[in-house]
Design a protein around this ligand. Sequence first.
Ligand SMILES: Nc1ncnc2c1ncn2[C@@H]1O[C@H](COP(=O)(O)OP(=O)(O)OP(=O)(O)O)[C@@H](O)[C@H]1O
Ligand SMILES: [Mg+2]
Length: 322
Amino acid sequence: MSATLRIEDLRVGRRGGHGPDLLRGVDLELRSGETLALVGESGSGKSLTGLALLGLLDEGLELRGGRIGLAGRDLASLAPRARRALLGRELAAIFQDPGAALNPHHRVGPALVEILRHRGGLDRRAARQKALRLLADCGLDEVERIAASHPHRLSGGQKQRAMIAMAIALDPDFLVADEATTALDVATQARVVELLDRLRRERGLGLLFISHDLGVVQRLADRVALMYAGRVVESAPAALFFAGPRHPYGRALLAARPTLFGPFERRAPIAGSAPGPEEIGAGCAFAPRCPLARATCHEVDPPARALADGRTLACPVAEEGG
Ligand SMILES: Nc1ncnc2c1ncn2[C@@H]1O[C@H](COP(=O)(O)OP(=O)(O)OP(=O)(O)O)[C@@H](O)[C@H]1O
Ligand SMILES: [Mg+2]
């Protein structure tokens, strides 16, 4: 079954209306069976987008507007309890630190069985069998031993796989992976990325893959959405994006990518730094750093427009070929 998650004009800020919007109208579309990568500098709003989507925003934050459309409902307007009921079933998440997601006092197998029995409605026997199958399906060997282990007995890669097994236990349609492979060594990272890609294919998962690592993104993503200062400024099929983004920020970001021959040396870093939420004026947030900026760019924040090649782009100057 194919499902689409449609995020429109999502706004998040501090609770009580204090301060500026941190997400300033995010638009995204994610289909099951597809990987959408969210990229952009630190602080651009990637994690907040994932958390808002999951209904897991920090207590000090609130949704200020927007819609999260899924299967004819608007998740943004659901009560917190109804929202939580969807977690694991329709939307699930994995994060950088599996330690935080796995209860240190619970052995891995019983923790999985608990999810499958109490939320999945399986009896003990069926839940036990399925738990072992899930662990094996997530590429773990010696599943009996892993199931009987407490998390601290597992390696980083094994913990990450156990966390993925829990996340997909109830067969969610969508999985948010926020820097989920970042803390792993390169070889383990590659295997976990392969696992996520296989789960996407085999289970038709829609993957929202948040990462700083453009190399991994290039391997995994069907589409890329580029965020800057709380907005998506360009989204494109991955092949088009990596062949050449249109947004000046995207061009600068790719030009600053470490090269194969000088992995420790960043080329052409982007001048200036990303503005904090309090520093964003009326115009395009990138205008102060932008080589293409015209007077109007400092006055009007351009909306994203759909282009004929499948991109969306929030830069009229680049759209004109500037
Ligand atoms: N709980 C919070 N309270 C107040 N501001 C927050 C909170 N969480 C995030 N922010 C602010 O919201 C903006 C977006 O943060 P977010 O964590 O989404 O960035 P990110 O793109 O995930 O960055 P990174 O790549 O470093 O993970 C930042 O300006 C950040 O300081
Ligand atoms: Mg983040």
